[in-house]
Design a protein around this ligand. Structure first.
Ligand code: SF4
Ligand code: SF4
Length: 244
């Protein structure tokens, strides 16, 4: 199966949370207890049972405040730092499907809490979560069980506004690039977030920090600290593979 990507056009997102609910339903993830925090976002963050959360950020402005909606999930990085870090720790908790590029956690592999913390720290987007009692980590799988059967990821299938698309990476990049060109007059700051490094490509209409602190990797102008760690570890991982 060809290299895949998801394109998320935030200019079309109405924050209906259909994608968030569809993810829960398809993956049979239970609801989690939440609190009213004076914000429409619910729950407050990703968790072991929440692979996708639509983030709401209200930014003061004249004449009215503005809302920024960000359906946050694993980016399925082209060279996933979480995978390199897990391998460097001798863990098989994360794998990558070489056909689609989906980065998948293995629920049968137990992870030590300290190792998980290192894996989470290596993720430029702060995505993986863990149930410490069970010793298992979790995150979005790109609905690998669906896409290998030719179906759309549940979130993409559900989105009622056309904000989410899924398909061959080349086609998604073309679609995202074309949409960015179309929106540039209206939104001069519009950008594609880290599109060369990730398979989940966000089109943002404004400064990424207005959406979410991890909307882009820490420093897209240069190499991020976490990516630097990834590249530093890569020769060690390759050596382990060679020796092993
Ligand atoms: S976003 Fe984080 S968890 Fe997802 S593939 Fe990239 S490094 Fe791994
Ligand atoms: S389903 Fe589509 S419109 Fe609704 S929150 Fe998700 S991305 Fe936005």
């Amino acid at each position: 199966m060809a290299d895949k990507s998801i394109f998320i056009d935030t200019s079309k997102c109405t924050a209906c949370r259909g994608c968030q609910v569809a993810c829960k339903q398809w993956n049979r993830l239970p609801a989690t207890k939440t609190l009213q925090r004076g914000n429409h976002q619910n729950p407050s963050d990703l968790s072991f049972f929440t692979y996708k959360v639509v983030r709401f950020n209200e930014v003061a402005g004249e004449p009215n405040p503005q809302w920024y909606f960000f359906p946050d999930q694993c980016r399925h990085c082209m060279e996933p730092p979480c995978l390199s870090t897990a391998e460097s720790l001798g863990s098989k908790a994360i794998t990558k499907d070489e056909g689609t590029g989906a980065v998948i956690y293995n629920p049968k592999v137990k992870v030590k809490v300290a190792d998980f913390k290192t894996i989470r720290e290596s993720c430029p987007y702060d995505i993986p979560r863990m149930d410490e009692k069970m010793g298992i980590m979790s995150k979005c799988t790109m609905c690998f069980d669906r896409i290998k059967e030719g179906m759309l990821p549940a979130c993409v299938k559900t989105c009622p506004t056309g904000a989410m698309s899924f398909g061959d990476r080349k086609v998604m990049i073309e679609k995202a690039t074309k949409r960015l060109e179309d929106l540039k007059n209206r939104y001069p700051e519009a950008m594609l977030a880290d599109s060369n490094d990730v398979r989940v490509i966000y089109l943002l209409t404004d400064d990424p920090k207005k959406y979410h602190k991890h909307a882009v990797a820490e420093n897209t102008a240069g190499m991020t600290r976490k990516l630097a760690l990834h590249y530093l570890l890569r020769p060690i991982i390759n050596l382990r593979r060679f020796v092993g």
